[in-house]
Ligand binder design. Structure first.
Ligand code: ZN
Ligand code: ZN
Length: 523
């Protein structure tokens, strides 16, 4: 950096020069250095002003350095710069990005007037902290107060819609973007593509992608990720080739998407070739995500031993996810031996990982070893490990409804359960059978009969059927992987009610139509 050399050569450094160098480091990829300089400046006796604080707080936000951010906040208060509007917004943004929404909200409430920057900090904070419903609520409040969103607001709220699968909200926001003249913004466009893809409308995503005048690696990757998630893996690979021909360099995320696509259709050779070309031709060193995709690719294709050897040779620190992926493949191919070995390793090294217990118990269940199934369940219970609660979202009439398993909090609960009862009878008549062995053998379940029948996605689907017109596609988003029973049940339901049902689970999309699913039961 030429500026740094100039700065180092200075004999006397005043506040202005310190501010400039801190800002330069903070804005570029050197947040850590900016923080060091900030402390250095104070040691030399130069006192920070509102410009310094406005530059250093985003640095703490970038680093997720809550402790330092908090100390700087105290400093701001002592120096009286807390009343400065820009500093106040930067403080709020720092707390939100460091995961302390409560502090961010306290500051927000104290603001005499709130502009688009402060609203956006709150919306983005909610979205990044996984509180998508709250983000949407704040976005609506902001509009009610007459504050116009800008490109940063749009780029923050769209991922929240994507998370909940709130297509109608997303489409409304698309309309606002069009009206406000921000549609040509590349970041906003990529966020829109991502939203449409994640809300199940891959055609709309592609249409938007095709109209873009300038595409960067983020927009290409959003589209490729969309195809991969929907199981259109050939399209994902084709687009990846197109991107390279267009001269756009793929990044880490682009490779994760294509490798994911390869593993989901079992393109072993293609995947291995891509994995090697990543470091050989693009100098991108594989990270954990890429290794997990490779373990998944080998394992799903049935090369369990190769997958195991691949893990052993991995040059980076091992993570639970790789072992979980291998255990998933052991389940798929009913390899009890390797499954037990992997599970014992996981139970010992990461004793609180829910997924390991879940998967291992299912490995046993699938070969009918119910005694061993119970043993794993009991171990899980003894160690106090709770399953993550399943949660499903469905958007109807511009409102997002959330359901948990066995949820009875919704105003339409009676009707929903009656609908499920009615569907259950029709399904049984059509040949569907609940696999009640899980419920009967699970030591944790108290109310065994209703356990599987009332999973969150089933409640959401029943609610959707009750509240939408007959030709509407039902779209549900689930936070975990959809279970085998719900998967079978949804196939039956799609045929009985003659509706398309789209379910996005933690892994991918399932398009249910006329009794079939697009994943061909491979998920
Ligand atoms: Zn289920
Ligand atoms: Zn499926």
């Amino acid at each position: 950096m030429d500026a740094r050399k100039l700065f180092d050569d200075m004999t006397e450094r005043d506040l202005l020069s310190w501010n400039m160098i801190i800002r330069a480091y903070g804005r570029h990829e050197f947040p850590q250095e900016a923080l060091v300089l900030f402390y250095q400046m104070q040691r030399t006796g130069v006192q920070p002003d509102h410009f310094t604080f406005a530059s250093i707080l985003p640095v703490c936000a970038k680093l997720g350095a809550l402790e330092q951010g908090f100390q700087i906040h105290q400093r701001v208060t002592r120096s009286g710069f807390g009343l400065d509007f820009v500093v106040h917004s930067a403080l709020m943004d720092m707390y939100a990005k460091c995961g302390s929404m409560q502090k961010a909200l306290e500051l927000f409430d104290r603001m005499p007037q709130r502009d688009v920057v402060s609203w956006t900090a709150i919306i983005a904070g909610y979205a990044q902290n996984g509180l998508a419903e709250k983000a949407l609520e704040a976005y609506q409040q902001m509009q009610q107060r007459g504050v116009q969103p800008d490109q940063f607001t749009f780029a923050s709220i769209l991922p929240a819609c994507a998370k909940m699968g709130a297509l109608e909200h997303g489409m409304n926001i698309h309309q606002s973007i069009r009206e406000s003249g921000h549609l040509s913004n590349c970041i906003v466009q990529s966020a829109l593509i991502d939203m449409y893809a994640k809300c199940g409308s891959i055609k709309k995503a592609r249409k938007l992608f095709d109209t873009m005048h300038r595409r960067d690696v983020v927009s290409w990757t959003a589209m490729i990720a969309g195809y991969a998630m929907h199981g259109y893996c050939k399209d994902a690979l084709k687009l990846f080739q197109l991107m390279m021909h267009s001269g756009t360099q793929p990044n880490h995320a682009s490779f994760v998407c294509v490798l994911f696509a390869c593993s989901h259709v079992g393109l072993l050779d293609e995947g291995c070739k891509l994995f090697n070309c990543m470091s050989d031709s693009y100098c991108i060193m594989p990270k954990m995500d890429h290794y997990v995709c490779m373990v998944d690719l080998l394992g799903r294709a049935g090369y369990l031993e190769e997958a195991f050897n691949f893990i052993i040779k991995m040059p980076i620190k091992l993570d639970t996810v790789v072992w979980i992926s291998l255990l998933g493949s052991c389940r798929l191919h009913k390899d009890i031996g390797l499954g037990e070995f992997t599970a014992s390793l996981l139970f010992e090294t990461y004793p609180v990982n829910t997924a390991a217990y879940n998967l291992m118990s299912k490995v046993y269940a699938e070969v009918g070893r119910w005694g061993d199934f119970q043993k794993v369940r009991r171990l899980m219970k003894d160690r106090g490990i709770k399953k993550m609660p399943g949660c499903s979202w469905i958007e109807v009439d511009k409102r997002v409804h959330v359901f948990l398993a066995r949820d009875r909090s919704h105003p339409q609960t009676q009707k929903i359960y009656a609908k499920l009862e009615e569907l259950s009878l029709e399904m049984k008549a059509a040949g569907y059978m609940t696999d009640s062995r899980y419920a009967q053998n699970d030591v944790e379940v108290e109310d065994k009969d209703i356990f599987i029948d009332h999973h969150s996605e089933k409640l959401a689907i029943a609610f959707g059927l009750l509240n939408t017109s007959p030709e509407t596609t039902i779209r549900v988003v689930k936070n975990l992987r959809v279970c085998a029973d719900c998967h079978t049940a949804t196939k039956f339901i799609s045929r009985i009610v003659a509706r398309e049902i789209v379910v996005r689970d933690a892994n991918r999309f399932h398009h249910f139509k006329s009794g079939h699913c697009s994943c061909r039961d491979y998920w």
